[in-house]
Design a protein around this ligand. Structure first.
Ligand code: S3P
Length: 428
């Protein structure tokens, strides 16, 4: 536990920040590089606790990976060279590691046991375990395999046609990864598009896949070939600074080299609809992903309704969008976001409790919030709920509170953004 007291700053926020690499893409770069044949170089890798879990797990399975700052060199020898780990694999707080690794491990000829921290141990794994069992996986664990710790006895897997019952890129990715080394063809169909970094990276590593609307198909028994990866800045980390500049009067911030993949830019759409002043320049493709610089300048905001298809495009940003809504004129409604209840914590409950303690007018609903703005926020003591995004939400809120905010524990922030306070101090 590491408490932190934050004094509200005196003036507007100004400056430039290059946020660290994207968490989703960093995880996948290690997974794909380790499964590929040849040497993969990764630039701008996010060395956060979550991504280092993925890295450590592949090292425990015998993959040589060198890390120098934010650069990685991964010496891949294909899935057949992976060794049965001697000890249980520890996933810490990382849902992405857990869910995607289930898809990989289910088809490897080895026995593995998997466990995580107290937050991850409460998160449902059935959404991945069920389709993997239909492909032939042998997985057991607490509550018939719904919760960690889990044990996997690797099997020869068979391709599957599967319609995703939950809007989840993690589930889609786990099935595609299992399908890649299975017999026959695998097709995953989703009702609403979720982040597509797995598909993009599969193509970059030379896999053949077909995308038809929201259906992705691939043949089994494919070989991946090493490639070089550049990881764009994480828009989910940039979101905290976008909101900071949008709520502190007089601010202007430039965020450099941020990932602008369509499946992730819902926060920009929402900010624009609220009336924010946002300019995007130097937009380009780098390593298969769209990136660019975002400049945001403070302007008065108005309330919006956020629902339906946009939700997966901003699912991780909803906590910080809730703070944004407290500073917009009118009533903001956020719905169709029930998934927030099974993130690192129940984020609907945690956001409502936190913003209420800070003086906001916010009501919890079954799948979102109703937030009435604009309200003056006040200082208080708040929790981070073992959740990095709740910790950063509280820190950004402290920029506009009348008095000091105390966060009970800032250690969870390192799961996605170890240099968060260093970057924040640069612009205050
Ligand atoms: C992620 C997908 C999302 C997101 C998580 C990272 C990924 O989860 O919330 O932070 O890397 O695929 P779901 O796919 O479960 O919605």
């Amino acid at each position: 536990m590491r408490e932190r007291k934050l004094q509200p700053p005196k003036g507007p926020l100004q400056g430039k920040i290059e946020v660290p690499g994207d968490k989703s893409i960093s995880h996948r770069s290690v997974m794909f590089g380790s499964l590929a044949h040849g040497t993969t170089h990764v630039q701008h890798f996010l060395g956060s606790e979550d991504c280092l879990r993925t890295l450590t797990i592949f090292q425990a399975m015998g993959v040589k990976i060198e890390q120098k700052g934010s650069s990685l060199t991964i010496f891949g020898k294909g899935p057949e060279a992976l060794k049965e780990p001697l000890e249980p694999l520890y996933f810490g707080n990382s849902g992405t590691t857990a869910r995607l690794m289930l898809g990989i491990l289910a088809g490897l000829p080895m026995f593995t046991t998997l466990h995580g921290d107290i937050s991850l141990t409460k998160r449902p794994m059935n959404r991945v375990v069920e389709p993997l069992r239909l492909m032939g996986a042998q997985i057991d664990g607490r509550d018939h395999g719904n919760y960690l710790p889990l044990a996997i006895r690797g099997q020869t897997m068979k391709g599957i046609r599967y319609e995703l019952p939950v809007k989840s890129a993690q589930v889609k990715s786990a099935i595609l990864l299992a399908g890649l080394f299975a017999e026959g063809e695998t097709t995953v169909t989703e009702s609403t598009s979720t982040r597509n970094h797995t598909e993009t990276m599969l193509e970059a590593f030379g896999a053949e896949l077909h995308i038809n609307g929201t259906a992705v198909s691939l043949k089994g028994n494919q070989t991946l070939t090493a490639t070089d990866i550049y990881v764009p800045g994480d828009i989910s980390s940039a979101a905290f600074f976008l909101v900071a500049a949008a709520i502190v009067p007089g601010s202007s911030l430039k965020l450099l080299n941020v990932g602008l993949n369509e499946t992730r830019t819902g926060i920009i759409d929402v900010l624009l609809e609220m009336g924010a002043d946002i300019q995007i320049e130097n937009e380009r493709q780098k390593g298969g992903e769209r990136i660019g610089n975002i400049t945001i300048t403070y302007r008065e905001l108005k309330a919006v309704t956020i629902e339906g298809e946009i939700i997966p495009r901003l699912i991780d940003e909803i906590p910080i969008i809730a703070l944004l809504a407290t500073q917009a004129e009118g009533t903001t409604v956020i719905k169709d976001a029930r998934e927030l209840r099974v993130k690192e914590t129940d984020r609907i409950r945690a956001v409502t409790e936190t913003l209420t303690r800070l003086g906001a007018n916010i009501k919890e609903t079954k799948d979102g919030f109703i937030i009435c703005g604009k309200t003056k926020l006040v200082g208080n003591r708040v929790e981070s709920y073992h959740d990095h995004r709740m910790g950063m939400l509280a820190a950004v809120a402290s920029l506009i509170t009348t008095t000091e905010v105390t966060i009970d524990d800032i250690t969870p922030i390192a799961t996605s953004y170890p240099s968060f306070f260093k970057d924040l101090e640069q612009i205050i």
